[in-house]
Design a binder for this molecule. Sequence first.
Ligand code: NAY
Length: 297
Amino acid sequence: AQKIDGLVAATYTPLGDDGTINTAAVAPITNHLIQSGVSGLYVCGSTGEGMSLSSDERKTIAAAYVRAAAGRVPVIVQVGHNSLADARSLAEHAQQIGADMISATCPSYFKVGTVAGMIDCMSEVAQGAPDLPFYYYHIPALTGSALDVVDFLKIAGDRIANLVGLKYTDTKLHEFQECLELDNGRFDVVWGCDEMLLGALATGARGAIGSTYNIAAPLYQRLITAFREGHLTEARQWQSMSVNMIRTLNHFPFHPAMKAVLGMQGFDMGGCRLPQESLSGEDISRLQAELEAIGFF
Ligand code: NAY
C-alpha cells in the first residue's frame, strides 16, 4: 500500500469575515504548499477545525482541497465524529470525491474504554470508505482516550480490512517506535508533533503530519536533509528554530496565531471558530514583531 512520506500539511480551513468557509482561498494555499515541498494534505483534522464545522462544511472543504490538489499530492480526509454514522458518511463522501486516504479520531464525549470497543468504533467508520487506506488518528490529549495503541494495532490489523496505520499525535517516542516496528513494519505510523520531528526521524519516522508545515515547510525540509546526511548538529539547529517558533506562537491561541502567520505570508485564512479565539489586530502586530525578533521573518 501507498505510505505517507515526507511532510504532510495539516491544512487550515479558510473562513471569511462572516465566519463562513471561504473555499476560494483553498487553491492558492494548496499551490503554495506543494511548491514549498509538502508531500500531502491532511484535511479537517485538529488544525482544520474539523470538529468545529458542520458535516456539510467538512464535505465542502474536503472537496475543495481534493480539487485544488488535483492529484499532485495525496489528500487524507479526517472524518472522526462523535456520531459514528456521521463519521461513516464523511468517509463515504471522501471516497466519492476521490480523496486518497481517510483518517479518524475516536468518539471523545463518551470515552472509548477498551481496545475491543475502539475496534468496533473504528471499523464502523473505516467501512464507509472500503477502497481507501484508513489511519486511526491517535490524539489522546484531545480525545481523552489513551488506550494502548500497540495492542490496538495488534488486534485491529486483522479486523479492519483497510487499516494501514496510525496518525500518532502523542509524545511517547518509545511507543511510536514500537508501533513502527510491529510485525516487521507492517503499519504506516505517521508522526504528529512538529517540535519533536528530529527525535521521530531518529526513531524511524518516514512521514509526519503537522500544522507548522503550512508556514515553515522549507525549515523542516532542511532538518530532514541534514538528518539524512548525518549532520546532526545542523539538524538540531533547525529543530531548535522550530521549537522557538512554536513557543512564540503559543504566546497566543495557537491555531488563530498560525492563521495570522499565513495571512502575513499572503494567504488570508481569516480567524477561527469559537471556542478558539481569533487574534485582534494588535495581537497580530505583536506576533509579527515576536517572530521577527527570533529571525522567523
Ligand atoms: C491535526 O489533526 O491537524 C494535527 O494533529 C496536526 C498535529 C498538530 N497537533 C495538534 C494537537 O494540533 O502539528 C501539531 C501541532 O500543532 C504542532 O506540533 C505544534 O505544537
